[in-house]
Design a protein around this ligand. Structure first.
Ligand code: ADP
Ligand code: MG
Length: 427
């Protein structure tokens, strides 16, 4: 990675402002899934054990600039506290004298969590004054919130104009895994793309077409491609305005010699609900008033056959309406197959909230090379875009002494070089 990380400065005695993504599902005051909290533990433990104190900051949900009781971070702090085995107090607010004093009282090895950053509209607006206040809580800034790195908010971007910014260990792992995928994947490389809509993933499909040997398309997004192939899809989810784009992607794939695998048979249902009447039909025989809800068994076989020789597989988006168990056969079959490929040494990377949820349900996450904690951030990264929350972090100085960046950021650049020098001196 070309950004400096927490291993590139000496945390001892420093107060470190750490942006984490603790945007986890909370129900009845309890954290339902603590994956994102556990994912931040390596950074937190590293900093504490190296003598830093930590001011953690996160958002939770979409309170839109108001205090929303159900979006308080207390349940998150409780879970973090039990994972770390030490107290994690939450401030009453991200701002205010009480918070400032609590931060000032922190001793090395101690941490606290600021209350939900989005209780202030200034967070998402990347308000300069709000960012300056947050920055005043720390000596250095660490961004470990990969899942929020595609947003230019006060806590992800604004603070970095006041403090030198470093990548946390989760941020580093995410970027390394996803960059390897785009830059140097073991070949052959296939992408399995599903999920509801083409619209959110058009850029990803286009960028991946320049990297992959095979592109497998399922889920609701396949419908738009099925129509582009000249079939009808009844009442299925369809983005008619994107049929031309789908057509263009198919042509581009052909030109580039990328193998495209689309469903040849599908599960159709009278209603997209549990218990609805359903059957398997060839893709050119979808009845008018039925909806496609999953890939069919012949398609599942074709998908696994295409994946068998692959050394790298990226999977994003379920292949059917897997929330209804009857319509989750395709998704489950591919998930199990990919776990087996991973056991055999293939690099399997999964990104996307719903795809990851499907894997977790099956207990397969641990068998894969990398399961991304990002949703939108992962997609934007895979589109080949630089994420704003990553862009602001300190660049790793080139081995060559010639500065890689021009004068504008020279102040930060020299700090970064000093920090990197620090590390050398210590190791
Ligand atoms: P991810 O979160 O993994 O990126 P998406 O959010 O893009 O995935 O898509 C997940 C959603 O796609 C799920 O809610 C699933 O029900 C829906 N979906 C999958 N296949 C279909 C289909 N054939 N018709 C309608 N919705 C579908
Ligand atoms: Mg989703």
């Amino acid at each position: 990675m070309d950004k400096l990380t927490i291993r590139d400065f000496d945390p001892a005695g420093k107060r470190v402002l750490v942006r984490v993504d603790f945007n986890v599902p909370v129900e009845d005051g309890k954290v339902k899934d603590d994956t994102r909290i556990r994912a931040a533990l390596p950074t937190i433990r590293y900093l504490l054990s190296h003598g830093a104190s930590i001011v953690l900051m996160s958002h939770l949900g979409r309170p839109k600039g108001k205090v929303v009781e159900s979006a308080r971070l207390r349940p998150v702090a409780e879970r973090l506290s039990s994972l770390l085995g030490r107290p994690v107090p939450v401030t009453g607010d991200a701002l205010g004298i009480g918070t400032r004093d609590a931060v000032a009282r922190l001793k090395p090895g101690q941490l606290l969590l600021l209350e939900n950053l989005r209780f202030h509209g200034e967070e998402e607006a990347n308000d300069a004054e709000y960012a300056a206040t947050l920055a005043s809580y720390g000596d250095v800034f660490v961004n470990d919130a990969f899942g929020t790195a595609h947003r230019a908010h006060a806590s992800t971007v604004g603070v970095a104009s006041h403090l030198p910014g470093y990548a946390g260990l989760l941020m580093e792992a995410e970027i390394n895994a996803l960059s390897k995928l785009l830059e140097a994947p073991a070949k052959p490389f296939a992408a399995v793309i599903g999920g509801a809509k083409v619209s959110g993933k058009l850029g990803v499909l286009e960028n991946l077409l320049t990297k992959v040997d095979a592109l497998l398309i399922g889920g609701g997004m396949a419908n738009t491609f099925i129509v582009a192939q000249g079939h009808t899809v009844g009442k299925s989810l369809l983005e008619r305005e994107l049929v031309d784009d789908a057509q263009r992607i198919l042509e581009l794939a052909e030109k580039r010699g990328v193998q495209v695998v689309l469903p040849t048979d599908v599960v159709v249902a009278k209603e997209v609900t549990r218990g609805a009447e359903h059957k398997v039909v060839p893709v050119h025989k979808v009845p008018n008033s039925w909806s496609i809800v999953d890939i069919g068994p012949a398609s599942t076989d074709a998908f696994t056959q295409a994946l068998e020789p692959m050394q790298t597989v990226l999977w994003n988006g379920p292949l059917g309406v897997f929330e209804v168990p009857t319509f989750g056969d395709g998704t489950r079959a591919i998930a199990r197959f990919l776990a087996r490929r991973a056991d055999d040494g293939a690099t399997v990377i999964v990104g996307g909230g719903d795809s990851v949820a499907a894997l977790e349900e099956l207990g397969l996450t641990d068998r894969l090379a990398h399961v991304s904690t990002g949703g939108g951030a992962t997609l934007e990264f895979l589109e080949g875009r630089e994420l704003p929350g990553v862009a602001v972090l300190e660049d790793r100085p080139a081995a060559d002494p010639a500065p890689r960046r021009r004068a504008a950021k020279s102040g930060k650049e020299s700090q970064a070089i000093v920090a990197a020098g620090d590390r050398k001196a210590r190791s």
